[in-house]
Write a protein that binds this ligand. Sequence first.
Ligand code: TXA
Ligand code: MG
Length: 340
Amino acid sequence: MAYDTKLLDDSPESIEYASKLINAGEVVGIPTETVYGLAADAFNEGAVRRIFEAKERPADNPLIVHISELSMISETASEIPAAAISCAKAFWPGPLTLVLPKTPDIPLVTSGGLDTVGIRMPSHPAARALIDAAGVPLAAPSANLSGRPSPTTAAHVLHDMKGRIPAIIDGGACEAGVESTVVCFEQNAVKILRPGRITAEMLSQVVPDVRIDKGVLHALDENARAASPGMKYKHYSPAAEVYAVSGTAKQFSKFAEEFAAKNPGTLLLVFSPTDAPPRTEYIAIGQDPAEQAKNLFSALRKADELNVKTILARCPKTEGVGLAVYNRLIRAAGFKEIKL
Ligand code: TXA
Ligand code: MG
């Protein structure tokens, strides 16, 4: 069914209207502090199937379940290790997803067939208000078409979801710009499956033993079982061919100048305008990793609007929030990295 997709504000009336859609088994685009999500009642199999259809998402890629009160965790997780409780107390509400054994109430459609479920308590007031008003946890993946860069504004969601869902709540531009940090627990350790704004350094303040899954930095083999199924799919990709280029600003500038001269339709994704040689088209995403995280996906979408053929992107450092930026960029590039 084609919908006449409504763009709602985040007033109490709009939240009330959206909660009725959720309770009727529909899918609503919602703002969060990380990226926009496509939300439905996590307990309602039919509603969750609609999310997969709207996004054209593979059925084995699990959804994150969003809660607004700590008490809701017992409806979704059947076992909660002490380390998980410490993480929840330290970082919720906020951009951290805990992978825990699921309760039978969470349908397998929601968990992508797994016996675990990713749970997070968002801090965005509109997301929290909608969960409260609907009275159920909301399953919500990022609101992009599968494979495309995640949406960080309501306009991005409308671009991908027009006609596919009944409504989108506009809560402004997302603060973090990259998706939540996803972690699971191994004995007394916490393991990062997807890096985000909550960094390894921050987690180690709460749980001393922090591990990083190998899928965070490296491409997984076709047949490897991914700890986080989302890691195995081509992701965050604009239509243009993306290359991640690592090296100093000077090396980058020299390489980019020669490359752009030979390849018309090249766009540079740089940290600061001074990284770009003269007479080249570029988008600057900032020097600071948090700023880069905030701008990366909108820059990739902008590149599509400009119809460029190739993107040469400066590789960020892999420390702190930089690890999340690197992880998304290298996937957008299909792991094509040029080391200068
Ligand atoms: O910030 C976010 O997390 C956003 C907003 C909307 O909350 N959501 C989001 O969802 O990014 P999605 O579906 O685009 O990404 C979820 C990631 C995927 O890589 C998925 O494989 C992983 O989390 N994941 C979810 N449940 C999991 C589970 N039970 N075990 C392992 N990985 C899981
Ligand atoms: Mg996603």
